[in-house]
Design a protein around this ligand. Structure first.
Ligand code: HGY
Ligand code: MN
Ligand code: MN
Length: 419
């Protein structure tokens, strides 16, 4: 694989591009990289090489996270973790996740080439299932590292019925040890995640980077609607218990509730499947997802309650069965004020105007906040597009981000020395 030779932000972008196609994607056209799939394994192998070239010692933790470690001068010091995720959504972009990992590798590579060691170790970590695009729950492997993953959460199977345990065994990990990936409290000094903004604010304000203040709370549900399958030609409208028509009314109600909340509340039905899925058969069963978010946990919960209440009354009125399961509940996660100040100082040091902004998108950082203070650096992306093959980041902005990250690491080193 030939990548742009010069170290730095452009090489980080080029490496993300290189991983955006087969064999690093599970689909022949476009990008889908599911946790523990063959494409995921191939991407880990390429990343491991780049980590070694950057002077890191590479290992995989019991949750199959790839970790590159660059020792500091004090072997007993807690580590700075720099990371993001290596998995992708289906038909996704190349940079959502991998860019934060590749910039972490570039930051360590810059220190290594300069022969510099910080007073603390730096670990670059590539998390495995942030998107929940293969198995139904999200943030599996960062929750394993943060020590917040209940054992029951591992009882999962993907859309083809492959269990997490079997996928893990194929990838050489023992599901019984998955939660041993938990880091000891105090062993990690801070977690830094660089990530494309996935929104339009930085671009609208002509800024290359921004400091994240916090990450919105999110709830995710699985909804199963059951009616009565029937003949499309012989079943009169009053006699129908049409699961798909019922789900359609529910989906429009979900959208209406979020819109009329007139706040930062967002609600999304991203996946729906109807059975039997034939043009001449009234759907007897429908399965769909709901994702509800807000920077304000109380608003999120209030909107979610209104949504669940409304879909229950629609089901009752239409004589439909309804099963609701909460798939995950991620609390809002404020970033660390002291680390945000260091990040702003690094942004200024890189000749950029500091700008703080909230993240509507979820990130592994929201999970890592249970383990250590977190800080995120957002990078401008074209038209704010993400979760879409049109996702694009300017290599020059990646270079600015790397410059800021190296400044942040130096700030952290200086504050460490004075501690
Ligand atoms: O859903 C999210 O916000 C993230 O992309 N996983
Ligand atoms: Mn994403
Ligand atoms: Mn992401």
């Amino acid at each position: 694989m030939v990548i742009a030779p010069a170290p730095g932000g452009p090489r980080a972008v080029a490496r993300c591009d290189a991983l955006g196609v087969a064999p690093y994607s599970d689909t022949p056209g476009g990008l889908y990289r599911g946790y523990l799939t063959p494409a995921y394994g191939a991407a880990q192998a390429a990343l491991a090489d780049w980590m070694v070239q950057a002077g890191m010692v590479v290992s995989r933790d019991p949750a199959a996270n790839l970790v590159g470690r660059y020792d500091g001068t004090d072997p007993a010091a807690p580590a700075l973790l720099i990371g993001s995720h290596l998995d992708s959504v289906r038909d996704g972009g190349c940079y959502d996740g991998p860019l934060g990992v590749m910039l972490g590798v570039e930051a360590v590579d810059a220190l290594h080439r300069a022969g510099r060691r910080m007073p603390f170790p730096i670990e670059v970590i590539a998390f495995g299932d942030e998107e929940g695009s293969r198995f139904p729950a999200a943030m599996l492997t960062s929750r394993a590292v943060a020590g917040t993953l209940p054992a029951v959460a591992l009882d999962l199977a993907d859309g083809e019925g492959v269990t997490l345990a079997d996928a893990g065994a194929d990838a050489g990990i023992d599901i019984a040890r998955f939660r041993d990936a938990a880091r000891a409290p105090g062993s990690v000094m801070a977690y830094l995640e660089a990530h494309i903004e996935q929104g339009p604010l930085l671009e609208n304000e002509g800024l290359a980077v921004g400091t994240v203040t916090g990450i919105a709370a999110q709830l995710r549900y699985r909804v199963q609607v059951s009616g009565m399958a029937g003949h499309a030609g012989t079943t009169s409208m009053p006699l129908r218990r049409d699961a798909l028509a019922g789900a359609a009314e529910m989906i429009l109600a979900i959208e209406r509730i979020a819109i009329t909340d007139q706040s930062d509340v967002v609600a999304t039905v991203g996946r729906i499947a109807g059975k039997p899925g034939a043009a001449n058969v009234i759907a007897g069963h429908v399965d769909f997802t709901i994702d509800v978010r807000s920077g304000d946990p109380a608003r999120r919960d209030c909107a979610a309650d209104a949504i669940l209440h409304e879909i229950r009354s629609i089901a009752e009125r239409r004589g439909l069965g309804l099963q609701l399961a909460r798939v995950h509940d991620l609390p809002a996660s404020p970033c660390d004020p002291a680390l945000m100040d260091l990040m702003d100082a690094a942004v200024i040091g890189a000749g950029q105007r500091p700008r703080r902004l909230v993240s509507g998108a979820g990130h592994d950082a929201m999970v890592m906040a249970a383990l250590c203070p977190t800080v995120m650096l957002f990078i401008r992306c074209r038209d704010g597009i993400s979760h879409n093959p049109a996702e694009h980041v300017d290599p020059a902005d990646a270079e600015v981000a790397l410059d800021v990250m190296l400044g942040f690491i130096d700030q952290l080193g200086a504050s460490f020395a004075h501690a």
